[in-house]
Design a protein around this ligand. Structure first.
Ligand SMILES: Nc1ncnc2c1ncn2[C@@H]1O[C@H](COP(=O)(O)OP(=O)(O)O)[C@@H](O)[C@H]1O
Ligand code: SF4
Ligand SMILES: [Mg+2]
Length: 337
């Protein structure tokens, strides 16, 4: 199925999440729009503090009560933003599930894994106790836990880091979610286990038609796992598009810097911290482009005029006033190397 033929399940429009005083807000997510389709994995990539986790939490309604969320979060056509807690609870953990970087933070150390899956099944399905047990075994089996039947009575600490992450995915899958929000789910794991978990998420997305938003700060993870990518900086999107296009032919100075500063023929898991300068503090962002202070091709208007995300070829968008200069700058630099 082509990209356009897949059903759009999530349509986020002008999402804004702010904290602190209304008259002097800290804007963690600023006018962010993107879509996710059935069976598609969208990578949300950017340095630490760029607003990735808050974006996911805003979708689930768990950036509240302190975070103020506005814009539209159209989930299968229905806007989640105005929903109250009770209505959100029917969506959260059921139609939309989330997994985190550190499984121990969302697993209960005092309950067996079998019981935790069973509880989730009881909350979200009509299955009786016997059917829940059978389904729990099936889920652990599906995420690749060997001898699943014998592990139901084990506690989280009896699993290795990679296996715990699988358990967390099994719990998230218990309700048959149509969207999985995965917040740096492999960052704490070693590279081999990381790959296994990413392949698992890919297979689940493909086989179950599940949409996935995968948050990461690692372009290598994006390259190997995601269908499309959205690059985030200072709470805003700078560039979106199909993964191969964005990685092979980046247009925004931030993405160009991220990608071109990685030497060729280097192992794919190169973190993003190679751009000169530091990510901006949210309370010190200019009115214009968030990247101004670190951008090699910034002009005087960049400080005051905010660039909007505009179409840049097939299924691609870029937010920059100086795209041509950016391309010229980075290709000249490359030629000189
Ligand atoms: N409850 C909160 N109150 C105030 N600021 C917050 C809160 N939660 C997150 N932030 C700020 O929002 C910004 C984005 O955070 P986050 O989404 O966690 O970044 P990322 O996941 O990309 O590393 C950070 O600067 C963080 O300090
Ligand atoms: S050229 Fe201007 S608008 Fe484009 S990334 Fe640099 S600072 Fe932002
Ligand atoms: Mg985060």
């Amino acid at each position: 199925m082509s990209h356009a033929e897949k059903e759009m399940v999530l349509d986020v429009r002008h999402l804004r999440t702010e904290f602190g005083l209304a008259e002097r807000p800290l804007v963690a997510v600023d006018d962010v729009s993107f879509q996710v389709r059935t069976g598609e994995i969208l990578g949300l990539v950017g340095e630490s503090g760029s607003g990735k986790s808050i974006t996911l939490r805003s979708i689930l309604g768990i950036a509240r009560p302190r975070g103020r969320v506005s814009g539209e979060i159209l989930w299968k056509g229905r806007d989640l933003v105005p929903l109250d807690e009770a209505a959100l609870r029917r969506v959260r953990g059921r139609e939309i599930a989330m997994i985190f970087q550190e499984p121990m933070s969302s697993l209960n150390p005092l309950l067996t894994v079998g019981l935790q899956i069973s509880e989730n099944l009881a909350a979200h399905t009509e299955l009786d106790a016997k059917a829940r047990k059978a389904r729990a075994i099936e889920l652990l089996d599906m995420v690749g836990i060997p001898a699943a039947r014998n592990r139901l009575g084990d506690y989280p600490h009896e699993f290795s880091g990679g296996m715990r992450q699988r358990v967390m995915i099994a719990i998230a899958l218990a309700s048959n979610p149509q969207l999985l929000l995965a917040d740096e789910p492999t960052t704490a794991l070693d590279v081999t286990i990381q790959d296994q978990i990413l392949r698992l998420i890919q297979a689940l997305s493909r086989d179950l038609g599940m949409a996935v938003i995968l948050v990461t700060h690692d372009m290598g993870v994006v390259a190997e796992t995601c269908d499309r990518v959205a690059v985030m900086y200072g709470g805003r999107l700078c560039e979106t598009g199909p993964t191969a296009d964005v990685i092979g032919d980046a247009r925004h100075p931030y993405s160009l810097g991220l990608l071109r500063s990685i030497p060729r023929d280097v192992a794919p898991r190169t973190p993003l911290y190679s751009i000169p300068g530091a990510p901006p503090a949210l309370n010190a962002l200019p009115a214009g482009c968030a990247f101004t202070a670190r951008c090699p091709v910034a002009g005087p208007e960049c400080l005051d005029v905010r660039p909007s995300l505009e179409a840049a070829g097939r299924q691609r968008q870029v937010a920059c006033h100086h795209r041509e200069e950016a391309l010229a700058h980075f290709s000249a630099r490359e030629a000189a190397q």
